[in-house]
Design a protein around this ligand. Structure first.
Ligand code: MG
Length: 207
């Protein structure tokens, strides 16, 4: 079971300057958006399946924003009234395919490539959230909402001026530096203090 049932999953790329640089990219002047299909969703404890088509599947620990109320052309100062809460998310990415394809539909869209949970936490201060990524118990990523290039309210304003956000829709707000490859047998974890930890085992496609 997944903790959210979104009509769409809107993701933001390169929203932490240090992560943009670690992959050799410029910091964007406007939010860089892409999608993951709802069919990629899994919940806590579910296995992330490494597709045979990729040799380089990476974790990306992110803060997930769950929309609570239909949002269309919302202003930054009103944005948080449209949010139900926050959750931990792993924007699993086939980095080799992301580089070769140009469009990211395949690299970001395989089944099991969007782990979310363990709960949607309400009432937290969006400006004081921290996200930690661990591989096999070892910390690899740590980011804070103050380090985002575009804040959560700015993202909601920007996205809702393009597309209507429906209750349950999910925004993945970008990953801090420290992304890396996962292999079969690994356990990957995304923790947001105040929410909890999302833990997923990694298996090969033929397992
Ligand atoms: Mg990401």
């Amino acid at each position: 079971m997944t903790v959210v049932q979104p009509t769409k999953i809107v993701c933001v790329g390169r929203n932490y300057a240090a992560h943009a640089r670690e992959l050799g990219n410029e910091v964007p002047r406007e939010p860089l958006l892409f999608f993951k299909p709802p069919s990629s969703l899994i919940g806590p404890g579910d296995a992330i399946v490494l597709p045979a088509a990729s040799q380089q599947v990476e974790y990306e620990a992110e803060i997930g924003v769950v929309i609570g109320k239909r949002a269309r052309k919302v202003r930054e100062r009103d944005a948080m009234a449209y949010v139900r809460g926050f959750t931990c998310a792993n924007d699993v990415s086939a980095r080799d395919l992301q580089k070769t394809d140009g469009q990211w539909g395949r690299a970001k869209g395989f089944d099991t490539f969007c782990a979310v949970g363990p709960v949607v936490a309400e009432g937290l201060d969006w400006g004081r959230l921290e996200v930690i990524g661990r591989l096999n118990g070892e910390e690899r990523q740590r980011g804070h909402t103050r380090d985002m290039v575009f804040s959560i309210p700015v993202l909601i304003e920007y996205i809702s001026h393009i597309m209507t956000l429906e209750p349950g829709d999910l925004i993945l707000t970008g990953t801090p530096e420290g992304v890396g490859r996962m292999q079969a047998g690994d356990v990957v974890e995304v923790e947001i203090p105040g929410i909890g930890a999302l833990r997923n085992p990694v298996i090969g496609e033929d397992a």
